[in-house]
Design a protein around this ligand. Structure first.
Ligand code: G3P
Ligand code: CA
Length: 337
């Protein structure tokens, strides 16, 4: 999809204003002594866009995130039936679109990465069919005011938007794609990696210094990608066994950063003692990007007493290099305090 000037203006107007008033520039600071790891303020990574404010993975949500100060916007990537990459958190889209009302007969059941799931799957729809859908909010306790309004974007739409927004604010908007279910998609003949790299190359973004990170929960595809691209790679982890010093040293052979669940960095209990994961990762030469900061009581650790800014500040104190959050405005506020 071409981003039309009118559409862009509608998305951009506040972002441009903010960029002009803040005079934002790329961040550069010296390395942490003895680690070789840069001591920069954490990157603000808009998790699925400004997904606390708009339905996740929509151009409107990504644009709002940039307006709120995000350095990077995060599209999770899955494939359509005709091999196009689109931004969705998972290939089952019953919970984030109006597919159930538009294609009721397409409901099915599949085994994906060991889980049997009932619903509607992106790999069963062409891009043209998916373009007829509109995004809806996943979580019942968040606003549904925008349900039914926004398209499902392709990865190329996201790259085009980031390019346009970056030019408008005079500072690159980074893109942080995640390959979702990469082994599964390859097994059905719809691999994620090749079209992702093709699209990055088509925009001159297959470079070590491009404002791009590629992330995955699987290590197999990242190890292969390390031989195919110079884009920085991020290994997502969610268990303690994945972040032992030895595991981190191995990770550093192919990854630029570890993307760690917040609970691996600080336990949720009020008196939890922070772990050494960030220090260990830095010692291994890895950056640490932490996910996912969310302020609602069901997500926020009790130790922060209901104050999401306290979580931001603790992660900053511990040396996190990037923070994924559904509310990039809150992270920006936490970083300024
Ligand atoms: O990519 C970081 C974080 O997004 C991983 O969790 O499930 O939200 O993709 P998920
Ligand atoms: Ca993700």
């Amino acid at each position: 999809m071409r981003i039309s000037p009118v559409f862009l203006c509608r998305l951009l107007a506040p972002a441009v204003a903010m960029a002009c008033t803040t005079g934002s520039t790329m961040r550069t600071t010296p390395a942490v002594a003895g680690t070789g790891v840069a001591n920069t303020p954490p990157l603000i990574i808009a998790h699925r866009g400004a997904s606390g404010h708009r339905p996740e993975h929509t151009l409107e949500g990504y644009a709002l995130a940039v307006q709120m100060g995000a350095d990077y916007i995060e599209p999770d990537l899955v494939s359509t039936k005709d091999g196009q990459l689109i931004a969705r958190h998972e290939n089952e889209i019953g919970g984030t679109t109006d597919v159930a009302s538009k294609f009721p007969a397409r409901k099915t059941r599949k085994l994906v990465d060991g889980d049997t799931i009932a619903g509607w799957f992106t790999e069963d729809f062409t891009l043209a069919e998916l373009r007829t859908l509109r995004a809806t909010e996943r979580l019942p306790f968040r606003s549904h005011a925008y349900d039914g309004q926004f398209l499902i974007p392709t990865f190329d739409d996201v790259l085009a938007l980031a390019d346009s927004l970056g030019r408008a604010r005079g500072r690159a908007v980074g893109v942080y794609p995640e390959t979702k279910h990469p082994t599964y998609f390859r097994s059905i003949g719809l691999p994620i990696e090749e079209p992702m790299l093709r699209l990055l190359r088509s925009r001159g973004l297959d470079r070590a210094d491009a404002p791009v990170f590629i992330q995955s929960f699987e290590d197999g595809n990242l190890r292969t990608l390390a031989t195919q691209t110079r884009v920085r790679l991020v290994q997502l982890v969610s268990t303690a066994s994945q972040v032992t010093p030895a595991a981190l040293r191995d990770m550093a052979t192919y990854a630029y950063a570890v993307g760690a669940n917040t609970r691996l960095v600080v336990g949720s209990e009020v008196n939890a003692v922070p772990t050494t994961v960030i220090a260990d990762a830095h010692a291994a030469g890895l950056r640490v990007h932490v996910w996912t900061l969310r302020p609602e009581a069901v997500f926020l650790a009790k130790r922060y007493g209901g104050d999401p800014i306290a979580e931001v500040q603790e992660l900053v104190r511990l040396g996190a290099d990037g923070l994924f959050g559904d509310y990039p405005d809150q992270i920006a506020r936490g970083l300024r305090r």
